[in-house]
Design a protein around this ligand. Structure first.
Ligand code: A3P
Length: 266
């Protein structure tokens, strides 16, 4: 599907538009999206046919995608690239939070990305986020959709939270390996390979690498997405440095209400 065709198709609809974040967003199928990105999303939705062995990592932005990607890569390629060995592709760069933390991470990211324009005030961003109006938002719709799919197809969907990986990283890595159908053997466990995967993909290890600190992932007229922007603090509970207790409670209440009783299970 060519961009012109997508634009023509989109032109048939009048999509609600709202400003407030760096760029106006349009509401498409319950999600607030950057219209330029939507032009790419529509053909993918229409034509993408997953293969049985595809692994799809899906998250609301700033929930730990970069980390999960590194862990998944290290786990699934470990027969060719030993995690403990020097020269691992993750090190050479040759190859390829609770909501509250995700929100704080997102606010920093958006303001970093649009350094040229005036920063979005924290309070304004929080109000919009609580209304469900944020890029790719509402946040809770992502969690709910993934959760419902997890219940419907548990053998195909693994629901994993950033905090779970932080609190039990080795267990999370073993669970991921099992889910990817490449479980660690006893012999690998004896050789502490899961622990090596955790070490290889740690924030300290990956954030310090030059190829993760320099260069851009994307660059547009007013946008720069530098690689280093994907590594900020990597801490659970960082929201407390940015939000008052009242703000935190407001966000908690909104999410619990929006998640219609399902949140306690998630
Ligand atoms: P903070 O901004 O709170 O530090 P995403 O990859 O979905 O964009 O999520 C980014 C968040 O994951 C950032 O959180 C970033 O610091 C953190 N992160 C990136 N790599 C990580 C790693 N290897 N271990 C733990 N956290 C990591």
């Amino acid at each position: 599907m060519r961009s012109a065709d997508v634009r023509a198709e989109l032109g048939k609809f009048v999509l609600p538009t709202r400003g407030g974040w760096a760029k106006p967003l349009v509401l498409y199928q319950n999600y607030w999206l950057n219209p330029e990105r939507l032009e790419h999303i529509i053909p993918v939705k229409k034509h993408f046919k997953p293969r049985r062995d595809d692994i799809i990592l899906a998250t609301y932005p700033k929930c730990g995608t970069t980390w999960l990607k590194a862990l998944s890569f290290a786990i699934t390629t470990r027969s060719g690239h030993a995690p403990a060995a020097g020269g691992h592709p993750l090190l050479t760069g040759r190859d390829p939070q609770k909501p509250k933390d995700a929100f704080v991470s997102w606010w920093h990211f958006v303001n970093n990305m649009h350094k040229g324009s005036s920063p979005i005030k924290f309070d304004d961003a929080l109000s919009m986020f609580c209304e469900g109006f944020s890029p790719f938002g509402p946040f809770w719709e992502h969690c709910l959709e993934y959760w419902r799919q997890r219940l419907a197809r548990p053998e195909q969907i693994l629901f994993l939270k950033y905090e779970e990986i932080v609190s039990e990283p080795v267990e999370a890595v073993k669970m991921l390996a099992g889910f990817f159908a490449v479980p660690f053997t006893e012999e690998e466990e004896m050789r502490v390979v899961p622990e090596e995967v955790v070490r290889l993909c740690s924030f300290q290890m990956l954030s310090g690498l030059e190829h993760n600190q320099t260069g851009d992932v994307a660059r547009g007229d007013s946008i720069v997405v530098g690689k280093s922007m994907f590594f900020r603090k990597g801490k659970v509970g960082d929201w407390e440095n940015q939000m008052s207790k009242e703000m935190g409670k407001k966000l908690d209440d909104v999410i619990v209400r929006q998640a219609q009783g399902v949140w306690s299970c998630i």
